[in-house]
Design a protein around this ligand. Structure first.
Ligand code: ATP
Ligand code: MG
Length: 281
């Protein structure tokens, strides 16, 4: 097993006004994982992401990067940001250039690519996120969903080993939500870790191979999607609901017979299960 890209050891973060946003968090982000972070408003998701990218510094505890404690020296932070890319919850904090093209280019520009390579990565990212037609526009003219896609294009162009996306589909219509999620599926590989936050439990359940539930700055549940959503207390505490696939399955479970006691992973699997009566998840 490859060593984690980043890990957190007993991290607590307190904002200057005294709010304890994260309370003794320990966590490993292993290569190849697709992780969904879920939890109620104010649970600490965005704060956790800002710590992972070195934007915030823990009040206590340590970030372990490349096997060593991060000491927040400039050089270290520069390297960290090369390998760890973030799409902020509010894309407006991310877009500040005079055009979309310049914005998407901003991240990869510092990666030491040749002019030709740079143009190619930006072009490819625009095609993947369908933002090409917007490239000459100033960011403030864009709709929220368009801004979000441009911010995502910026991180894709950087090709980081750890990709952090804070509510990537918030504000996106169903077409673009699906598009971005399948894009994240495509670019996922053995070497890369993707961690995203979302309030969409259906999306978290289908996409992730690990789910972390954060509540009041603490991890209250963590594991495979099938297991996490069986923790009714954690789900309720976090203002979440079960994914509809699970709800329907549970309602039908009695009728499905003993061979079908495992949860389907998606709508397609549920339909298939209903048809063939086979065990899935
Ligand atoms: N700059 C700040 N100063 C003081 N408190 C803050 C600051 N930013 C966030 N907080 C507090 O820290 C806690 C965690 O906030 P955070 O934004 O990390 O939650 P979240 O899980 O991302 O919520 P949401 O689902 O609404 O995005 C909240 O209680 C919030 O009020
Ligand atoms: Mg947030």
């Amino acid at each position: 097993m490859m060593s984690p890209i980043l890990s957190l050891k007993n991290i607590t973060y307190q904002y200057p006004d005294g709010t304890i946003a994260l309370n003794d968090i320990s966590l490993s982000l292993d290569p190849g994982k697709k992780i969904a972070l879920i939890g109620n408003n104010g649970a600490g998701k965005s704060t956790l992401f800002l710590l992972l990218n070195g934007i915030l510094k823990p009040t206590s505890g340590n970030l372990i990067f490349n096997g060593e404690k991060l000491t927040y020296k400039r050089k270290e932070i520069k390297l960290l940001r090369k390998l760890v890319g973030i799409v902020f919850q509010n894309p407006e904090t991310q877009l500040f250039s005079s055009s979309i093209y310049e914005d998407i280019k901003f991240g990869p520009k510092n990666l030491g690519l040749s002019q030709l390579e740079l143009e190619k990565v930006v072009q490819d990212a625009m095609v993947l996120t369908e933002t090409e037609a917007l490239k000459d526009k100033p960011p403030h003219f864009l709709s929220i969903g368009q801004k979000k896609r441009v911010a995502i294009a910026g991180i894709i162009a950087m090709n980081p080993r750890l990709m952090i996306l804070d509510e990537p589909t918030a504000g996106l219509d169903p077409y673009y939500s699906k598009k971005i999620m399948s894009l994240l599926e495509d670019i996922h590989n053995k070497n890369r870790t993707i961690i995203l936050s979302t309030h969409n439990v259906d999306l978290a359940y289908e996409w992730a191979d690990e789910i972390i539930v954060l509540h009041d700055g603490k991890i209250i549940e963590q594991g495979a999607p099938c297991e996490v959503f069986q923790n009714e207390a954690a789900i309720k505490l976090s203002h979440l609901e079960k994914p509809w696939v699970i709800e329907v399955f549970e309602k039908l479970q009695d009728g499905l017979g003993p061979q079908n006691q495992q949860y389907p992973k998606s709508k397609q699997e549920l339909f298939k299960m209903l048809k063939t009566q086979k065990t899935l998840c």
